[in-house]
Design a protein around this ligand. Structure first.
Ligand SMILES: Cc1cc2nc3c(=O)[nH]c(=O)nc-3n(C[C@H](O)[C@H](O)[C@H](O)COP(=O)(O)OP(=O)(O)OC[C@H]3O[C@@H](n4cnc5c(N)ncnc54)[C@H](O)[C@@H]3O)c2cc1C
Length: 436
C-alpha cells in the first residue's frame, strides 16, 4: 500500500499509539470535496481518521470548476486562503443569456455569504482540500481502491472495507464508523444495498476547455437556450473563465426531459458553440482537453444517509442542488455536518447512545436541505416540460427583479432573517413537505 510521500508542507500522520495502521476511529472512502472535508473536521475534533483515495493527487475531476459564494464560505471555514494571489479567480455574479436577452446578476449582498464566487481547476482544488485534511491530522492513503464492505457476520453491520493497491493486493481496514464519500457511483453504498432512487432528479453534464480571449471574465456565464431541433431542453450551458488563457465550457441536462438518454451531448455542445461569435475562439483547434462527461446526483437521490454503520456524504448521498447543479459546496457542507455528528456520537459512553446520535445525521441533512430540495424537485419536473421552460425563460428574462430573486432561489443564497425575497425563499423551503 502506498502512503503518499509527504512534501515539506504536509504532515505524515501515523496511527494512534498501540493501534495497527489499518485501523482508525473513522474510515472515509474517497478524497473528493466531501471526503476531505469530513476527514478535516473529524481530525480537528481529535479523531483518528483514515482517508482512502483510489487515485493519486493531483488528479482530474470532470467539473465546471465554478464555486458560488456558498462554496467560498465552505473553503474559508476550512482556513483555506482564497485570495487572488493564491491563484483563485474571483467572479462578481452570474450572467444569464436566454430568450434573446442578457442579464448580469451580481451575487446578493448578504451577511451569511461573501459577495463573490471563485473558479479553480479541480486538479488544484481537490488536492488542496486533501492536503488540508492531512494537515489537520487525517491519514490519507492514495492509490487505494476500496473494493467492498467488511460486515459483521451477526448483525450485517459494516465494520471496515476491503481495498486494493498497486503493490499490496487486497487487504482490509477497520473502523468504528465508515463513511461513503466515493462520489456519484458510490460502489460502497451499492454493495450495502443502497441504490440510486429513480424518483429523484439526475443530471448529466459534459465539459471541456478552450483557449479564448474570454478567459478572464469576471462573471460566471450561463446560457439557457439549449435546443434539440425545435425543443427547448431543461438544462443550461456554461462558460467559466479560468483566468489562465482558457475557459471551462460545458452543458448539462436533467432527466426530467424526454430528450434525456437520447441526447448526443458532444454533438449538442458543438452545435451550441457553433452559434457563438467567431472571435471567442470556441473551435476544435482551440480545444485544449477532451470533452468529458459525468452524472450529477441531485436532491437526495440516494437514501437513507445512514444505514448499518455506513454514512453517506456528498455525491454518494445525491446532494447536488437540483436547481443549479452545484455540488462542491453541498459536498463540503454535508461533510462538516457529518463530522460534527460523528464526533458527538463517538464521545458517548454506550453504543446505544452512539447509535442515537448517528441516527440524527439524516435528520440534520433534512433540516439543512430537505424542504429546499423538495422545491427543487418540483422545479426540475416543471422545466422538463418544454412549453413551460420556454414560457418561464421568456417571462423571467424580461424582468430583472424577478431574475435577481431567481438567483437567490436557484443558488440557495439567503440570510435567515434577510429581506422580503430571502424570507420568501426561506419560507418556501420551510413549508415544503420533506419526505424520506
Ligand atoms: C460536468 C460537471 C460539471 C460540474 N460543475 C460543477 C461546478 O461548476 N460547481 C459545482 O459546485 N459542482 C459541479 N459539479 C458537481 C461536482 O463535481 C460534484 O458534486 C462534487 O465533485 C461532489 O464531491 P464528492 O466529494 O461528493 O465526490 P467526488 O468529487 O466525485 O469525489 C469522490 C472521490 O472518491 C474517489 N473514489 C471513488 N471510488 C472510490 C473507491 N472505490 N475507493 C477509493 N476512492 C474512491 C474518487 O476518486 C474521488 O476522488 C459538476 C459535475 C459535473 C459532472
Amino acid at each position: 500500500m502506498t502512503e503518499h510521500a509527504p512534501s515539506s508542507t504536509q504532515t505524515s500522520n501515523g496511527p494512534r499509539a498501540g493501534r495497527p495502521a489499518d485501523e482508525a476511529d473513522v474510515i472515509v472512502v474517497g478524497a473528493g470535496p466531501a471526503g476531505s472535508t469530513t476527514a478535516y473536521y473529524l481530525a480537528q475534533a481529535g479523531l483518528d481518521v483514515l482517508l482512502l483515495e483510489k487515485s493519486t493527487f493531483p488528479r482530474e475531476k470532470v467539473c465546471g470548476d465554478g464555486l458560488t459564494p456558498r462554496g467560498v464560505k465552505a473553503l474559508v471555514a476550512m482556513g483555506i486562503s482564497v485570495s487572488e494571489q493564491d491563484g483563485w479567480v474571483r467572479n462578481k455574479g452570474l450572467r444569464v443569456i436566454g430568450a434573446g436577452k442578457r442579464l448580469e446578476l451580481p451575487w446578493p449582498e448578504l451577511s451569511s455569504y461573501p459577495e463573490y464566487g471563485l473558479v479553480r481547476p479541480r486538479t488544484d482544488l481537490d488536492q488542496m482540500l486533501a492536503r488540508r485534511a492531512q494537515q489537520a491530522g487525517a491519514r490519507l492513503f492514495e492509490g487505494v481502491t476500496v473494493t467492498g464492505p467488511v460486515l459483521d457476520d451477526r448483525t450485517g453491520r459494516i465494520t471496515g472495507v476491503t481495498a486494493k493497491s498497486g503493490a499490496d493486493g487486497e487487504r482490509s481496514y477497520r473502523g468504528r464508523i465508515i463513511v461513503a464519500a466515493d462520489g456519484n457511483s458510490s460502489r460502497l453504498s451499492v454493495a450495502m444495498g443502497l441504490r440510486k432512487r429513480d424518483d429523484r432528479p439526475l443530471g448529466v453534464a459534459v465539459r471541456t476547455y478552450y483557449q479564448t480571449p474570454r478567459h478572464d471574465d469576471d462573471y460566471l456565464e450561463s446560457w439557457l437556450d439549449l435546443w434539440d431541433s425545435d425543443r427547448l431542453l431543461p438544462g443550461y450551458g456554461w462558460i467559466f473563465g479560468m483566468g489562465d488563457g482558457t475557459s471551462n465550457v460545458g452543458l448539462g441536462l436533467l432527466n426530467t426531459s424526454a430528450a434525456f438518454g437520447h441526447t448526443d451531448y458532444h454533438a449538442l455542445l458543438r452545435k451550441w458553440l457553433a452559434g457563438m461569435p467567431a472571435e471567442w475562439g470556441f473551435t476544435e483547434e482551440n480545444r485544449t482537453e477532451p470533452i468529458r462527461g459525468a452524472a450529477l446526483p441531485m436532491g437526495f437521490n440516494r437514501t437513507p444517509h445512514y444505514y448499518q454503520g455506513l454514512l453517506l456524504v456528498g455525491d454518494a448521498g445525491g446532494m447536488v442542488n437540483p436547481f443549479n447543479g452545484e455540488g462542491i459546496a453541498y459536498a463540503m457542507e454535508s461533510g462538516e455536518i457529518l463530522a460534527r455528528t460523528i464526533a458527538q456520537a463517538l464521545a458517548r459512553a454506550r453504543q446505544a447512545e452512539t447509535e442515537r446520535v448517528l441516527a440524527g445525521y439524516p435528520r440534520a441533512l433534512s433540516d439543512a436541505y430537505g424542504g429546499y430540495y423538495t422545491v427543487g424537485r418540483q422545479f426540475v419536473k416543471a422545466i422538463g416540460r418544454p412549453g413551460l421552460m420556454r414560457f418561464a425563460t421568456k417571462h423571467a428574462m424580461s424582468r430583472p427583479a424577478l431574475m435577481a430573486f431567481a438567483l437567490k432561489l436557484l443558488a440557495n443564497l439567503t440570510d435567515p432573517r434577510g429581506d422580503a425575497s430571502d424570507r420568501l425563499v426561506n419560507g418556501l423551503s420551510k413549508l415544503a413537505p420533506n419526505p424520506k
